[in-house]
Design a protein around this ligand. Structure first.
Ligand code: ADP
Ligand code: MG
Length: 704
């Protein structure tokens, strides 16, 4: 069976073996033949066309040329040893250079110097066109395989993989070997014949061959369409089916009453008037919670729009109906802060709140477990520690997830299981995403939006300064600090060179400490490598106003709320993504004072970097930023969505393929409306395919 054959472990593919298998698994998540088959190239190089040297207009494109080698010589010694050759095709010359495999190239060149084909990427060096490590096509070498290679696939790869010979060419060899093996077989189809015919799609078999090694441009286009169709259609079908199942199956707790704790808090403890948007959202949530069905709602609101207080009010309604609630945050610092804020806001009220994180001590943990079971703890706040199995509630009625983009669907599902009747679920996010995207990613959730900031907020003034203007920044900070304000200074973390990053951060801290010396000023520092208690201590000091400047990495990125902090300085701002910059900026501007965001960058900027910083200066609107971000980077890069796998499309592009997104959604909807269980014969293949997709996620096990 071809289906079983596709599940063969990747080490059994010709040319792989245990070491490379290990790399393929770790670097690319390729475990089986099927995984490799679905490891699509990001681009193809046209090897059918032979260009002229005079055709070269810019750097960066792979091109093929035919011409003569005028001469070559070996230069340098040791590591700089290289073979340099001159290539001429009648329209111009190219300097060729090889640093590796010199012996082999020399042999090839000794045999052929006229009418050779070379292939590579021309770059400009000292004003001359140059090509390093061109592929030289030796006409005397035996043909490697019979897969057509007019369009050569380029694959994403990594440094580690390259060391094991898995550069883009190495990967291409593997896909070629696999396809050669699959030529005698027919790959199983994933769509009903009628649907394929109606939409003029090519077969899955043909699509998978052509996506790697297309016969021609048209086949490549068709392969793209077919595979995008599959991906989007099944995503939609899955989402809609889930929505259907949750609506049908899950009875929800009815929160009928708004009682003492809500009213007391609202009338006596709430320090400000809710915004219209907050009131509207609470109404929407109340309607859900009174409907008898389980609520699954997404609450979107820009940073600082006041999602937390909204969640707290809803938790109090749960309490008034004799249910417990929990609030899950993505980081320990954030959980801690929610705990402190909420405890402070509740003040003398008799609603017991507890904090549970990874670093909660055993004795305390036991006490919390007990308090949850006997119902004395009414609100539990924590990190993902609160979804662990030992954590059991007496009667959990509502689960709130803060900054949803950090969590995957699976974590959401685990919360469902915390009660016999699943609790109402409210997920909150500050990452605004366009509508089509939201429908696809959160298709199973209803959406509420807080589209209004609390009154009296002054828009944050954003400025971009170059390194050469650093003294201006110091001068400005001095004014602010002397006026009693506090300042965040954030450094980027780049994973590859953690040590270097830490040095940067420490140097920054020292520079600040020198400019703002004790005893008059105090500067603090936090980073991810610190012990938790040290980190917390530093955060506390800043939060209490004992330090005036906090130098940190992005550990403070999400959610932290310190109203007296009015300046956010972002160092090497060009290295941050747009939505991350926006999140960071959202850490200031929370009190009544005018706040500022200063983006520091190197004197030289890439065009992308400049566009991002310009966008930050131009607008403080999260939706505008998100749209711009999508255009600039593509959705796969939307912060957080990648880690949580919610937008893990292999080939579809949710923005560029927007029409196909809506089309497949409508199609999936029509099919499910006519046949909700997909039980009719013509939908058999859909049911099977969906079952397969569902069983991959634990989530689905429980509802199907
Ligand atoms: P986010 O939506 O980013 O999570 P928070 O819930 O942290 O925002 O709220 C940001 C700040 O605004 C907090 O200090 C909160 O107390 C305050 N806040 C929330 N709602 C209002 C309101 N209606 N009026 C004034 N301040 C508010
Ligand atoms: Mg928040």
């Amino acid at each position: 069976m071809t289906a079983e054959y596709l599940q063969t472990p990747i080490e059994y593919l010709k040319g792989v073996g245990p070491h490379r298998a290990d790399i393929l698994k770790r670097e690319f998540n390729i475990f089986t033949f099927s995984d490799l088959l679905y490891y699509f190239p990001f681009r193809h190089v046209d090897k059918a066309t032979v260009y002229k040297v005079s055709d070269i207009q810019s750097e960066g494109n792979y091109m093929q040329f035919r011409g003569n080698i005028l001469g070559y010589q070996i230069l340098g010694e040791g590591r700089s040893k290289r073979l340099a050759a001159q290539f001429f095709d009648g329209t111009g010359t190219l300097d060729l250079v090889w640093f590796n495999g010199i012996k082999w190239i020399e042999d090839v060149l000794a045999k052929n110097h006229t009418n050779v084909l070379i292939f590579g990427r021309p770059t400009l060096f000292n004003n001359r066109w140059n090509m390093s490590h061109p592929e030289i096509i030796d006409p005397t070498a035996p043909k490697e395989n019979t897969i057509t290679q007019h369009f050569f696939p380029l694959y994403n790869t990594s440094d580690k993989a390259k060391k094991a010979g898995l550069d883009t060419k190495g990967v291409a060899k593997l896909t070629a070997a696999l396809l050669l093996d699959l030529k005698q077989r027919i790959l199983p189809e994933t769509l009903p014949a009628e649907l394929i015919a109606n939409h003029h799609l090519i077969s899955l078999h043909e699509a998978l061959f052509n996506i790697h090694y297309p016969e021609n441009q048209e086949k490549l286009t068709q392969a793209n369409i077919r595979l995008k169709f599959d991906e989007l259609f099944y995503t939609q079908l899955k989402m809609l089916k889930l929505k259907l199942l949750t609506e049908r199956k899950f009875r929800g707790h009815i929160f009928a009453r708004v009682g003492e704790s809500f009213n007391y808090f609202y009338n006596n403890r709430l320090k400000f008037e809710l915004t219209g948007a907050q009131k509207r959202v609470i109404k929407e949530i109340r309607a859900d919670m009174g409907s008898g069905k389980q609520m699954n709602r997404l609450l979107q609101g820009d940073v600082g729009s006041g999602k937390t207080i909204t969640a707290l009010l809803v938790m109090l309604i749960a309490n008034d109906n004799d249910f417990q609630s929990c609030l899950m945050a993505p980081t320990e610092i954030l959980a801690q802060q929610h705990y402190e804020n909420i405890s402070k806001q509740l003040g003398d009220m008799e609603v017991k709140v507890a904090l549970l994180t990874g670093s909660t001590k055993t004795a305390e943990r036991k006490e919390i477990h007990q308090g949850l079971l006997d119902g004395s703890i009414r609100i539990l706040i924590g990190t993902h520690a609160l979804i662990e199995n030992e954590v059991q509630f007496q009667n959990l009625g509502l689960a709130v997830i803060d900054e949803q983009h950090r969590f995957g669907v699976e974590q959401r599902a685990k919360l469902w299981k915390k009660n016999r009747i699943p609790p109402h679920v409210l997920v909150m996010t500050a990452t605004p995403i366009p509508r089509t995207l939201a429908m696809t990613v959160y298709g199973d959730l209803d959406v509420s939006v807080i589209d209004e900031l609390p009154k009296g907020r002054k828009p944050i003034i954003t400025k971009h300064l170059y390194e050469k203007d650093r003294s201006q920044m110091f001068y400005f900070l001095k004014q602010q600090v002397d006026a009693g304000r506090q300042v965040f200074v954030v450094y980027p973390l780049i994973q590859e060179s953690e040590k270097m990053d830490l040095l940067d951060l420490e140097a920054g801290f020292e520079a600040m400490s020198r400019s703002f010396p004790l005893p008059r000023y105090a500067v603090g520092m936090v980073h991810g490598k610190m012990k938790n208690d040290v980190k917390d201590y530093e955060m506390q000091r800043f939060s209490k106003g004992e330090t005036c400047i906090l130098v940190s990495t992005t550990v403070i990125e999400v959610g932290i709320d310190i109203p007296n902090a009015t300046v956010m300085v972002i160092e090497n701002a060009e290295r941050f993504g747009l939505s991350q910059l926006h999140q960071l900026r959202g850490r200031v501007g929370r009190g009544g004072e005018q706040s500022y965001c200063i983006l520091m960058s190197g004197n030289k900027l890439s065009s992308d970097g400049r566009q991002r910083l310009d966008a930050m200066v131009a607008t403080t609107d999260g939706f505008e930023i998100a749209n711009f971000d999508l255009k600039l980077r593509g959705p796969g890069d939307l912060q957080g969505t990648q880690q949580s796998g919610v937008l893990d499309f292999k080939i579809a592009d949710i923005i560029k393929d927007e029409k196909l997104v809506s089309y497949t959604r409508e199609l999936a909807k029509r099919i499910l409306e006519a046949d909700p269980n997909l039980s009719s014969p013509e939908n058999k293949i859909l049911a099977e395919q969906l079952q397969k997709l569902m069983s991959r996620e634990k989530f689905w096990g429980m509802i199907s």
